[in-house]
Design a protein around this ligand. Structure first.
Ligand SMILES: [Zn+2]
Length: 581
């Protein structure tokens, strides 16, 4: 109750705090100078009050080249700082709101901490912190850029309440301290870039959480689900009070977004997946579990035995956007369709088996696995059609890079990008093309040899694949992975058929690639009574020639079956005039 009074007082004083902000900003604070190398937090969640209270320690490392006397700690604007101490002593700090779309409320509550002494570059300092507040449904960052309220709430569904609690970390709700420059959803890719930089700074960090959820209303303790398999869970109950506890260590954090979910869940437990479902969705949970079991052998074949068991937790609103982090998938089970359930299952099980800190590998392979699943179930054409759904988004963003600037080539490359379209959709195609080029057996071996802790250089994956094939892949990685050279643009320049002594036809086909990225592209030759497919490597801004023998007179040539993402697919068919020679 006290909190709410303070909160409204704080809000009405907003204009005063704007003045505070400009005063503090006068010092030109470097918000990303410090990384958080370690978190050790005790979290108390009280669903009846929508409340979160945190006490604990954070270790900050100065990653800037200059000594730092000021550290910035940011939490969601619906939370308030209570204390900051260094070495048992309270340190001076001022708090201010900081507008940023990295939090669902569109603002952060900053503590600008004056450290007892400057921290040298690479030096660390441990701070003892306390903060508390409420986490309510709040989609301000989306509604203020004119997202319809319903759509906004279906996206930013994080909240603490007795009916259902789900709170995602950095990028959604700053429920643990972060330190970031402003992210603005109305400025293109700004939020993805800020979150991407934050994750990159934090991927080797450690986080230890003790979460306890207390209820005093006599209801049975709810299930607590975390996106970390090693969590120890235990429940205590005395009289009408109950406490659900989780003790979790993220070591390292990797790309995981620490998330907690609390709900009245039933469980469907199968060898490859554990599903936490709301009572009304028990049948859907079985459907999803069946789909996961069915897809598990294919995923095992490609990505090895699972590191941890995949977890799926139900979202109550059927329209809620799904969310994944690590091997945890949050999904409205109400929307599960038995015909399509294998798709999210293939993706999720890949994450449970395979780990990389590089998004183009981690996410690219999980999307590639979905295409593999469709190929196995329904054939290559269906898989390519599915990938084509991603191609639209890809074409849109690659459109701008007809003549990529050199810094864009590097920044937007798969190894560096923070753009989801690139590290999901484009990366999926890259894996598919690699499979087509080097063969399934070689690619599987390279994936099996991958060790995330040995992935210290962007070329590590290329070297693993190179060890399994005689093919030169340098040009391919250059055009698609290390640089963003946009997409290829194929056209059949000419095709000359010649009748052979044995009454078959020898066809000489010249294919040009006007794009700045090379590829090995399938070529389909249709003749009376059938068709054949061959593959031809065509380098960027270059031509390739292939000779193909067909048993009857060729009628038509199609370059690219859709497995190579291309700018314009409308000019890929070439009709062959009747020869009669
Ligand atoms: Zn994923």
């Amino acid at each position: 109750m006290k909190f709410f009074r303070m909160w409204s007082a704080y809000k009405s004083l907003g204009f005063l705090c704007v003045l505070c902000a400009s005063v503090v900003n006068g010092f030109a604070v470097d918000r990303e100078a410090f990384s958080f190398t370690n978190y050790d937090l005790n979290i108390r969640v009280e669903p009846e009050q929508h409340r979160l209270g945190v006490r604990g320690k954070v270790t900050l490392r100065n990653d800037s080249p200059t000594p730092q006397k000021i550290a910035v700690l940011q939490i969601s604007s619906s939370l308030d700082w209570r204390s900051v101490k260094a070495g048992e002593k309270a340190v001076q700090f001022v708090t201010q709101p900081y507008a940023s779309d990295i939090d669902h409320t569109g603002a952060l509550s900053e503590a600008i901490v004056t450290l007892p002494q400057p921290v040298e570059p690479k030096g660390t300092i441990e701070l003892e912190i306390a903060y508390e507040g409420v986490i309510l449904l709040d989609a301000t960052r989306l509604t203020r850029i004119d997202t319809p309220v319903e759509a906004a709430n279906n996206t930013d569904w994080d909240q603490i309440s007795t009916a259902f609690t789900a709170v995602r970390g950095a990028g959604y709700v700053a429920w643990y301290p972060i330190a970031t420059e402003v992210a603005n959803l109305s400025e293109g890719n700004s939020l993805f870039e800020v979150v991407g930089r934050w994750k990159a700074r934090e991927f080797a960090s450690k986080m230890h959480l003790h979460i306890s959820v207390s209820r005093d209303d006599g209801e049975a303790p709810q299930a607590l689900v975390m996106n970390q398999a090693s969590c120890q869970m235990f429940y205590e109950a005395t009289g009408p009070s109950s406490v659900s506890n989780a003790d979790c260590a993220y070591q390292p954090l990797g790309l995981t977004v620490p998330t907690f979910v609390i709900g009245t869940y039933g469980t469907v437990d199968r060898p490859s997946v554990q599903i936490h479902n709301l009572a009304t969705h028990a049948a859907s949970a079985e459907v999803y579990a069946d789909a996961a079991e069915k897809v598990a052998p294919l995923i095992g074949e490609w990505f090895g035995t699972p590191r941890e068991k995949a977890q799926t937790a139900d979202l109550p609103d059927a329209q809620s956007a799904t969310f994944e982090s690590g091997a945890l998938l949050l999904m409205p089970l109400a929307s599960v369709d038995s015909k399509l359930a294998g798709l999210p299952a293939a993706h999720q099980l890949t994450h449970a088996s395979f780990l990389s800190f590089r998004p183009w590998i981690e996410e690219g392979l999980a999307h590639f696995a979905q295409a593999l699943y469709l190929e196995r179930e329904k054939g290559r054409a269906t898989a390519i059609e599915y990938m084509g759904l991603h191609r639209f988004a890809l074409g849109e963003i690659e459109e701008t890079s007809t003549v990529p600037r050199s810094e864009d080539e590097v920044n937007r490359s798969l190894v560096n990008t923070t753009s989801e379209e690139l590290y999901r959709s484009k990366a999926m195609y890259v894996w598919w093309m690699l499979r087509d080029m080097v063969g399934e057996a070689a690619l599987k071996k390279a994936i099996a040899a991958y060790r995330p802790e040995q992935d210290k250089e962007p070329s590590y994956m290329q070297r693993l694949i190179a060890a399994e094939t005689k093919r030169d892949l340098e040009w391919f990685f250059d055009d698609w992975v290390y640089r963003d050279r946009g997409l290829p643009e194929f056209k059949v320049e000419s095709a000359f058929p010649r009748k052979t002594m044995t009454d078959s036809f020898m066809l000489t086909i010249t294919v040009s690639n006007l794009g700045s990225a090379g590829a090995e592209v399938p070529i389909i030759i249709k003749y009376a009574g059938g068709e054949v497919m061959r593959r031809l490597e065509v380098q960027a801004k270059n031509k390739g020639v292939i000779r193909v023998e067909v048993p009857a007179e060729p009628r038509e040539i199609v370059v690219n079956d859709g497995s190579v993402p291309e700018k314009d697919m409308t000019n890929n068919t070439f009709k062959i005039e009747a020869t009669d020679k």
